[in-house]
Design a protein around this ligand. Structure first.
Ligand SMILES: [Zn+2]
Length: 79
């Protein structure tokens, strides 16, 4: 029995469709797309909590001073 995943960032909560592996967090499409250049500042407390509960390190900020959407070598990274 898999509970329905909910977006970790939306208020009110929406159904999540994307897992963010770097943060072990589920988000909806809209939040995922909005985070293309980094997560919104509003989302940081949720992201830090997700990282802490998964025992993960906090990633370096990107050029915009935001937390990157993914910080492991991403699947779209082409050599
Ligand atoms: Zn969302």
């Amino acid at each position: 029995m898999d509970p329905v995943k909910c977006c970790g960032l939306c208020e009110p909560v929406k159904a999540a469709s994307q897992q963010v592996p770097s943060y072990r967090l589920w988000v909806c499409d809209e939040c995922w797309q909005n985070a293309e250049n980094g997560w919104a500042k509003d989302a940081e407390p949720v992201l830090f909590a997700a990282l802490a509960s998964a025992g993960l390190l906090i990633p370096d900020r990107n050029e915009q001073g935001l937390l990157p959407r993914a910080y492991a070598p991403p699947s779209d990274y082409a050599l």
